[in-house]
Write a protein that binds this ligand. Structure first.
Ligand SMILES: *Cc1c(COP(=O)(O)O)cnc(C)c1O
Length: 398
């Protein structure tokens, strides 16, 4: 039938019957490497009506978010905001603002996220990408970095604080000063570590830091905190070419977020819903206090690791000094099909246990105790699901 009398057009693509059924979303225990569960406080905030992206109330919430990000990063940088994207967007924004054609970046690789940064940096026209590698699960030290700085003379160095593919924490003290000594700037990925591991952006002289909202903070993905040191800000403003992507251009985003004492202008429509969620997630961590959050994650990680040791299970990262608090990679015991364990835990217990990623693919199980999930109560459900899963996932049963 024509949609209007006399029209030659007809609705031939019908309204899908699937959409006529009510929405159903199960509640799962999200104890993989992310996302983690939102707190009730965050969930409640997401049901509020939208506001405009330049309304005074939205701007006030954005200002509060900026203060919260300065707190969790431990920085006084004025160019501090959240990009409207998941962690990957912040990762591309950090590289795209700081690097220009003709420059060299040195990327520290000891897992999946270093490789991902290589992939992204290689897409930037005219940028030379070099890497320094260590075995997955083993951090690099200052001496190795210095050798590489002398060899490659990079303009920018990229490091990952918490390599969530392996469960490894890369120590960062001294690295910023070392990079500066050779004239470069340091970018650090803290997506899985902010809130779960001690981190001091200013004291450690780091130039660009970004994190995600859906890991320790426990907000929905879609807004990713990022901050630039004064050195980094100056570099962005003295670029010979404009930042290649409008959406993540910090000279414009910084204006929208009110970082430069200039009137705010429309850049894009920020999701007010995500602003509510991130504001409440940051409020929760401000109330708890960073030190308390770090130690809660540390205690949860310890309890989990003790339980694993009692079961004869080994961590992928051998040196406990470099094991992350909030994310543990467990070596698969011989004869166990990791994929089956994860499927079993999800199907029977709605508990997320994740497989490996990149160099640990097929070799480990990963358990995340991030944000609200860093608690003894969750560890009980994880072990119920894990024990049952391991019993029912031997390869011989296939
Ligand atoms: C999860 C994660 C990311 C990517 O974040 P998305 O929100 O999935 O885009 C980047 N780096 C690390 C270390 C992560 O754990």
């Amino acid at each position: 039938m024509a949609y209007k009398k006399g029209s030659k057009y007809e609705i031939t693509v019908k309204a899908p019957t699937q959409l006529l059924k009510p929405l159903t979303v199960p509640t799962k225990t999200l104890t993989g490497p992310g996302p983690s569960n939102c707190s009730n406080r965050v969930l409640k905030s997401l049901g509020n009506q939208l506001l405009g992206h330049l309304h005074a109330e939205t701007i006030q919430l954005m200002d509060e978010i900026k203060l919260g990000i300065q707190y969790i990063f431990q920085t006084r940088n004025r160019l501090t905001l959240a990009v409207s994207a998941s962690g990957h967007g912040a990762m591309e924004a950090s590289l795209g603002n700081i690097l220009e054609a003709g420059e060299t970046i040195l990327i520290v690789v000891n897992g999946f996220w270093g490789e991902r940064a290589i992939n992204m940096a290689s897409r930037l026209a005219g940028v030379t990408v070099r890497s320094i590698r260590s075995e997955p699960g083993i951090p690099i030290d200052l001496r190795q970095l210095e050798e590489s700085l002398k060899e490659h003379k990079p303009d920018v160095v990229f490091m990952v604080h918490g390599e969530s593919s392996t469960g490894m924490r890369q120590p960062l003290e001294g690295f910023g000063d070392m990079v500066h000594k050779y004239g470069g700037l340091l970018i650090v990925d803290t997506v899985v570590t902010i809130g779960s591991e001690p981190f001091f952006m200013d004291d450690w002289s780091i130039d660009v830091v970004y994190t995600g909202s859906q890991k320790v903070l426990g907000a929905p993905p879609g807004l990713s905190p990022i901050s630039f040191s004064l050195l980094a800000e100056r570099k962005i403003f003295s670029r010979k070419t404009t930042v290649p992507v409008f959406y993540w251009d910090m000279t414009l985003l910084g204006e929208y977020w009110g970082c430069f004492d200039k009137p705010r202008t429309y850049h894009h429509t920020i999701s007010a819903t995500l602003v509510y969620g991130l504001r409440e997630a940051l409020a929760r961590i401000a109330e708890e206090g960073l030190e308390a959050s770090w130690s809660r994650h540390k205690t949860a990680g310890k309890i989990l690791k003790r339980g694993l040791a009692l079961r004869g299970l080994q961590c992928f990262v051998k040196n406990s000094e470099y094991q992350l608090n909030g994310l543990v990679s467990i070596e698969l015991p011989p004869g166990v099909d990791g994929k089956l364990v994860c499927e079993y835990a999800m199907k029977k217990y709605k508990v997320e246990i994740s497989g490996g990623l990149g160099p640990t693919n097929g070799k480990v199980l990963r358990i995340g105790l991030l944000g609200v999930n860093a608690s003894g109560k969750r560890i009980g459900s994880i072990f119920r699901a894990l024990d049952d899963g391991l019993r029912n996932s031997s390869k011989s049963k296939l």
